[in-house]
Design a protein around this ligand. Structure first.
Ligand code: 5GP
Length: 115
């Protein structure tokens, strides 16, 4: 059984976080160490450690993560100029918290990522 991370405590509101959205499937909150003017994390409410662990039964939550990211980007006023959505996986991907999360980054030009 996978071990809970600090993100489970944020979902249950046991530790402080600036939660921007929460429903039955996902929670979105501001990253504690923002790498762009807008940096929001969107996570499923149930624990999935890495992208490798995603099952077909998780597809509804993962789809909700994308629609919530788009909604929050629109609310932040960054939708038209654009933004980046990233999910890191394991060591080479730079994953530090083992509860999958989508980074929503924007509010400035992020430049090309792969070069
Ligand atoms: P990863 O490297 O796993 O893709 O990203 C983890 C992200 O979680 C980092 O951007 C980090 O700043 C953020 N983070 C880690 N701990 C906390 C926390 O306790 N609260 C919030 N709001 N963000 C966190």
């Amino acid at each position: 059984m996978a071990e809970e991370t600090i993100f489970s405590k944020i979902i249950r509101r046991e530790i402080p976080a600036e939660i921007l959205f929460q429903d039955d499937l996902v929670t979105a909150f501001r990253d504690i160490d923002p790498k762009a003017p807008t940096h929001i994390l969107i996570i499923p409410n149930h624990l999935i450690p890495t992208a490798n662990d995603v099952k077909s039964s998780d597809e509804k939550a993962l789809g909700r993560m994308v629609t919530v990211a788009a909604k929050l980007a629109a609310e932040a006023g960054i939708a038209e100029d654009g933004y980046r959505i990233i999910m890191n996986c394991n060591k080479h991907g730079g994953q530090e918290v083992f509860h999958i999360h989508m980074h929503l980054l924007g509010g400035c030009s992020l430049g090309p990522m792969l070069n």
